[in-house]
Design a protein around this ligand. Structure first.
Ligand SMILES: Cc1cc2nc3c(=O)[nH]c(=O)nc-3n(C[C@H](O)[C@H](O)[C@H](O)COP(=O)(O)OP(=O)(O)OC[C@H]3O[C@@H](n4cnc5c(N)ncnc54)[C@H](O)[C@@H]3O)c2cc1C
Length: 576
């Protein structure tokens, strides 16, 4: 099978890793990642780094050195915010995402076989993954969300540890010392650790092809199918064919399977939905809604914020989050694993914050000069100075020393506004695949960034897809099996993938919508009711052994859930 992954962001890179892990090695597959931006400088930096680990964080200065535009100095073609390296500032990877990472990581250079690969659920071989070690070195472990009110009241502490890992007899403070259940990490560093792993894998026997064959530059402009019948009630193709992918420079490539991991403004998604007129017309034309959030790198010691904690502060006019995103000791002795790294480590020099608020218009801070010296404003342009003024007004009255320290910092360093990013979310889609073209990650479900699940869900997509494809491909053999059988098996795998992933993502979507709903401008009564609801959540959680929904999110056993769906699908196939 010739498989093209469009987009070399978090989801594209991890999909490659998961496929290398799961696809039967005796089959003749070709896996290529096409990324719109030139990854050569990053690949070279990885290759030049003799110890085989990601290069030290480059920061914005180095981004300029490698000709990646810094925010505010973007070219007209593509906003800097969409380059794989610098979109966003920091991301949270929760326990469910970390578990996927540890499973899709390569066995490492120590000559381990595939069956000896790390598995954090059992703790087996967890010490041997270079990818996990790099992630743990780069980020800051998060064990707890501290929720409080803008009026200065403490509300609840939410443990990021699944309840099965909490012991009632042990004091919380003791438990926090053991193991890592969540990570806050610079988005740039996480992307670099994944890229480093892809380079490691592509150059080993474990992967397919060398780096040059796997990572290619190319901006996709169109995706075409040969004529086929589309059943508009299910959106499944009744006949699937080879897919043709066209690039900006006019090149065209044929593929048996195209995986669109090209982010929230996905070209692959556009091509899919242009072809298919769903009965629910509104859903078939997904609109991108814009929200204004303003994260940034800053490096004060947040007053009152202990290590290992994220602060989430609720107020009548929005909410505000903050936490550390790196650790002081980047070098742990030996090989750090999720189990042996202490979860309480000194914070490093970077941290992240964000402010979420309600807006009745798509862009609350339009650029003041709409013509921009003759240039039309782009959808991602906004007036950063106006955004800063509104931010100060919104949160200055909040009784929280950490928030006030952040606002002081921003006021004293106006250039920090360059680090502000608007963020986008997208409504849920009615289908994620049409024929042999599939959407994954933000291309199919851009969740609210404050849900803390965007990256973890992208990682879950990668692993679930690889398990589904390998399940249906395993009985086949390249020269013997007819092309049509490969296509039928691909269709079954993609259907199973949707069956397991769509309800799971829907849960996270609903959860993030509920959380987002708490950001409106409220009366005092509604504000008090919100605090009461948050407190009640904490009390019920303690009484009944943890927030059930959160537990279902964190302790999710993805491989078992996928296998359950595959069994049901196989049984249905046999009976039909
Ligand atoms: C400010 C911000 C904060 C966030 N915070 C969190 C958080 O705390 N926790 C969390 O889990 N998630 C968070 N997220 C979301 C998270 O970053 C994404 O959900 C995750 O990175 C999904 O990755 P992706 O690979 O699907 O998309 P992307 O990372 O957007 O990658 C898409 C890739 O495709 C490439 N591409 C685009 N178009 C084309 C084309 N036509 N041809 C070829 N290549 C193309 C792009 O250059 C890019 O490299 C945040 C996002 C933002 C913006």
């Amino acid at each position: 099978m010739r498989i093209l992954i469009i987009g070399g962001g978090v989801c594209g890179l991890s999909t490659y890793l998961a496929l290398c892990k799961h696809l039967p090695k005796n089959q003749n597959h070709s896996l290529v990642i096409y990324e719109a931006h030139d990854l050569a400088p990053y690949v070279k930096a990885v290759a030049d780094n003799q110890d085989g680990h990601p290069p030290e964080p480059t920061g914005k200065a180095a981004q300029n050195e490698t000709n990646i535009a810094a925010p505010g100095k973007v070219d007209d073609e593509q906003p800097a915010a969409f380059t794989p390296e610098i979109i966003g500032s920091a991301i949270g990877i929760m326990y469910n995402g970390l578990k996927v990472l540890s499973r899709i990581a390569s066995p490492g250079p120590s000559g381990l076989t595939e069956s000896q690969a790390p598995d954090i659920q059992s703790g087996r071989n967890a010490g041997f993954s270079e990818l996990m070690a790099d992630v743990l070195r780069a980020g800051h472990p998060i064990t707890t969300w501290n929720m409080s009110a803008a009026r200065g009241w403490k509300l609840i502490e939410v443990s990021m540890r699944p309840s099965s890992m909490r012991s009632k007899s042990t004091k919380d403070s003791d438990q926090l010392q053991r193991g890592v259940t969540g990570i806050m990490i610079s988005r740039q560093e996480f992307w670099q650790t994944l890229l480093t792993e892809v380079v490691r894998v592509a150059t080993s026997d474990y992967g397919w092809g060398g780096v040059g064959q796997v990572l290619k530059q190319g901006r996709v402009t169109q995706v075409d199918w040969a004529e086929q019948d589309l059943d508009s009630s299910t959106a499944a193709s009744t006949q699937s064919e080879v897919v043709f992918v066209t690039f900006e420079d006019g090149r065209c490539e044929a593929a048996d399977l195209v995986i669109g991991a090209d982010g929230v403004r996905s070209t692959v998604r556009k091509a899919m939905f242009e072809r298919w007129q769903s009965p629910t017309d509104k859903m078939s034309k997904p609109s991108i809604s814009r929200r204004a959030e303003v994260p940034d790198y800053i490096s004060p010691r947040y007053e009152g914020l202990k290590t290992g904690k994220m602060g989430i502060v609720f107020g009548a006019n929005g909410f505000f989050g903050y936490g550390y995103s790196s650790s002081l000791h980047r070098d742990f002795p030996g090989r750090p694993t999720l189990d042996n790294v202490p979860s309480l480590v000194e914070p490093g020099t970077t941290a992240v914050w964000w402010s979420t608020f309600a807006s009745t218009v798509e862009n609350p801070y339009p650029v003041s000069d709409p013509q921009q010296n003759g240039k039309r404003p782009r959808p991602w342009d906004f007036d950063r100075i106006a955004a800063l003024a509104a931010l100060l007004q919104r949160h200055r009255g909040w009784n929280n020393p950490a928030i006030q320290a952040i606002l002081d910092y921003l006021e004293s360093r106006p250039e920090a506004v360059e680090g502000f990013y608007p963020t986008w979310t997208a409504p849920l889609l009615p289908t994620w695949h049409i024929g042999p073209v599939l959407l994954v990650g933000d291309a199919s479900h851009a969740l609210q960034p404050s849900s803390g699940q965007g990256t973890s869900q992208a990682l879950e997509d990668a692993e679930a897809l690889a398990i589904c494809l390998s399940h249906y491909y395993r009985p086949l053999s390249s020269p013997v099996t007819d092309d049509e059988v490969w296509r039928m098996q691909t269709e079954k795998a993609l259907k199973s993938f949707e069956k397991v992933r769509m309800p799971r993502v829907r849960e996270q979507y609903d959860r993030s919508q509920r959380m987002g709903g708490m950001k409106g401008n409220m009366s005092v009564v509604t504000e008090m009711m919100m605090y009461g609801a948050v407190k009640l959540m904490g009390i019920l959680g303690r009484l009944f052994g943890g927030d059930k929904a959160l537990d279902g999110l964190l302790a999710y056993d993805l491989p078992s859930e996928v296998l359950k769906v595959l069994e049901v699908e196989e049984a249905a196939d046999r009976n039909s």
